[in-house]
Design a protein around this ligand. Structure first.
Ligand SMILES: C[S@@+](CC[C@H](N)C(=O)[O-])C[C@H]1O[C@@H](n2cnc3c(N)ncnc32)[C@H](O)[C@@H]1O
Length: 622
């Protein structure tokens, strides 16, 4: 940078300032040329003083030498003075008269805080909008775009924390406590309210505006720009606002709106409304730099060549005679067709047959003027890695004339791998599906079996039920039979005891007789045999009872008694008495007196009683 000659030191300084501003614009993209000169000059000089630069040109050299100085300069030029609810009266008016009427129910409310500095303006907007709309509507509809050209200020804005005192002073105790939360370093806006604020870098002079805005707050920023830039920025604001949108400017900026773009709502509070009929001008895009046509063609060719060279698939071209005429970087790397190979016949190069025979397809493409594609050609790289190419041979024509052909090697390794994985997954899916199907079938079969088992069980259950009923009936019958039997039993016991009594009585009767007594039934079987009979003949009752009397082997000649016994049984004789020779149990011969009498009962002869007594000592008594 050189000092430029001029009419005097003042003019020199002005010229140098402009050069400095152009330098900043061209190297850093920040355009201060539209800023009001008095304050801009003061700010730059302040910085120059701090770093000891004597003139604008010295300072320009310093900036070129130390790029970090730009940041310090910007921080000096861009004045970030701001505070919460700055100019409270105007904000109260906005809260009362404007905020409640922003947009109809259900639509988003878009607010733009342009030149937001360290964010206080955006936080003020959030608190007031939350109070006016209520938390719910705020959360679902409010978006606050807070922009500034100063990155450092934006960084602070994003992390803003406030002391409680300043919040209470600005919003009062209730609102401050409702909208802010305490953390380590101070009070931060509640996260649900904070989410609606988007901080971003935006240069009002150079960048296109944010669109469809309902409320545009740009306070104490326009005043740094000269009239031309102010007009341009205001035109952008007009474009940015919705037809019923409002503009809220700073205290000293009311006059700048004397354009036909805005209508004053309350000029004292710096509130304006967009003039919907005023023509809105879409901000122009920056014009392209003028260019020399020859340069343009050269640049275009260079660009084309560079683009071809850096194109991802490997490609080379052959003319109609089969000579290699071009190859790109990938072709050099992957196929080994370097500059040395360009100009040589394709048939002499390895690429003509490896990784795939190419002469045939190229001839075919040239002959038929149609593309030929070879799919998934395997190629083993020097690294040992295997890659797959789709090789596309394309005839190249211009204005109907055939110039040659290109061979393009598109790497499809990843796609192939993906396809294989897809196929494998599909197969697995099919197997899984089949397994599922068979499981489902098994389940169905099992289900049917269960169904039939259930039916069987139900039948069995019914059978059991009826068997149970039968058993219960039988049980009842048995119970009654049992009762009958018990009655019978009791009767039987009674009879038995009667019988026992009768037997005992009989035995005692028989026992008390001096004679031996044998009681016979009608078949001549012995029914009773008393002790005297045992004493006489030596046989116990159990050896005699049940045996035929006439067959007894005793000392009494029972054969001789046959006739009188039969006579007694037949009722022919009342009683017979006879004396027979006999031998008693001691082997002594005795004269045995035998009396046989019929045993009458129920009108018929039921047996016979045979009384036997030793008559040798005449002790026998009838
Ligand atoms: C004094 S502050 C105003 C802050 C706030 N609006 C207020 O009124 O409290 C001015 C802000 O305008 C910003 N500014 C200056 N030139 C700008 C530009 N071209 N584009 C965007 N912001 C700019 C500055 O960085 C600074 O933060």
């Amino acid at each position: 940078m050189t000092d430029r000659p001029g009419p005097g030191p003042e003019a020199d300084a002005d010229g140098d300032l402009e050069i400095l501003l152009e330098l900043i614009r061209d190297t850093r993209g920040f355009d201060f040329t539209g800023y009001k000169r008095p304050s801009l000059t003061r700010r730059i000089r302040k910085r120059m003083q701090e770093v000891g630069a004597g003139s604008f040109s010295d300072y320009a050299r310093m900036l070129e030498a130390e790029p970090d100085e730009f940041t310090a300069l910007f921080n000096t030029i861009l004045i970030n003075v701001t505070e919460l609810l700055r100019d409270a009266d105007a904000w109260r008016y906005l809260e009362r008269e404007v905020l409640p009427h922003l947009r109809a129910e259900g639509r988003q409310i878009r607010v733009w805080s342009a030149g937001c500095s360290t964010g206080e303006e955006a936080y003020t907007l959030a608190v007031l909008l939350a109070s006016v709309l209520g938390d719910e509507r705020y959360q679902e509809s409010v978006k606050i775009y807070a922009t500034d050209a100063d990155d450092d200020a934006l960084r602070q804005a994003r992390a803003a924390r406030f002391p409680l005192r300043s919040l209470v002073d600005a919003f009062g105790e209730d609102r401050a406590e409702a909208c802010f939360e305490r953390n380590d370093v101070g009070y931060a806006l509640r996260p649900d309210l904070r989410r609606a604020i988007v901080f971003g870098r935006h240069d009002l002079v150079q960048d296109p505006p944010i669109s469809r805005v309902d409320l545009l707050v740009c306070r104490n920023t326009l005043m740094y720009f000269n009239a031309d830039v102010q007009r341009k920025v205001l035109a952008n604001f007009h474009f940015a606002l919705n037809d019923d949108g409002c503009l809220f400017l700073g205290r000293s900026e009311a006059l700048v709106t004397r354009t036909n773009l805005f209508l004053a709502v309350d000029p004292g509070r710096h509130v304006f409304r967009k003039h919907p009929q005023a023509p809105s001008v879409r901000p122009p895009l920056p014009p392209p730099p003028p260019a020399d046509p020859a340069d343009t063609r050269r640049q275009a060719r260079n660009l084309l060549e560079a683009a071809y060279d850096s194109w991802a698939p490997a490609q080379f071209a052959v003319d109609t005679a089969g000579t290699v005429v071009a190859s790109n970087r990938q072709a050099r790397t992957v196929l080994g067709i370097g500059l040395a190979q360009v100009g040589r016949p394709l048939r002499d190069l390895e690429v003509s047959y490896r990784p795939v025979e190419l002469r045939g397809p190229i001839e075919q493409a040239l002959a038929h003027r149609r593309p030929v594609t070879l799919s998934e050609v395997e190629h083993r790289q020097p690294t040992g890695e295997t890659v797959y190419f789709d090789v596309v041979v394309l005839p190249v024509e211009r204005a109907g004339a055939l110039l040659g052909a290109t061979a393009t090697f598109v790497d499809v390794t990843a796609a192939r791998q993906l396809r294989q994985e897809l196929e494998r997954s599909q197969r697995e899916l099919e197997i899984a599906y089949e397994e599922l199907q068979s499981t489902v079938e098994e389940l169905e079969t099992t289900n049917e079996e269960l169904h039939s088992t259930n039916e069987e069980l139900e039948t069995t259950n019914e059978e059991l039920h009826s068997t149970n009923e039968e058993l219960e009936t039988m049980n009842e019958e048995l119970q009654s039979t049992n009762e009958e039997l018990e009655t019978l039993n009791t009767e039987l016991r009674r009879r038995t005891s009667e019988l026992d009594e009768a037997n005992q009585f009989l035995e005692s009767v028989l026992g008390s007789l001096h004679a031996g007594v044998a009681v016979l039934d009608t078949d001549l079987m012995v029914r009773a045999w008393n002790a005297q009979a045992q004493e006489l003949w030596g046989l116990r009752p159990d050896e005699v009872v049940g045996h035929s009397f006439l067959n007894l082997d005793i000392g009494l000649p029972v054969g001789e008694l046959r006739q009188p016994v039969w006579a007694a049984l037949s009722g022919a004789e009342e009683k017979a008495r006879l004396v027979v020779k006999a031998v008693n149990r001691r082997g002594r011969e005795i004269a045995c007196v035998v009396v046989i009498a019929p045993m009458n009962g129920e009108g018929r002869v039921g047996g016979a009683v045979v009384m036997m007594e030793d008559g040798s000592d005449d002790s026998f008594r009838e």
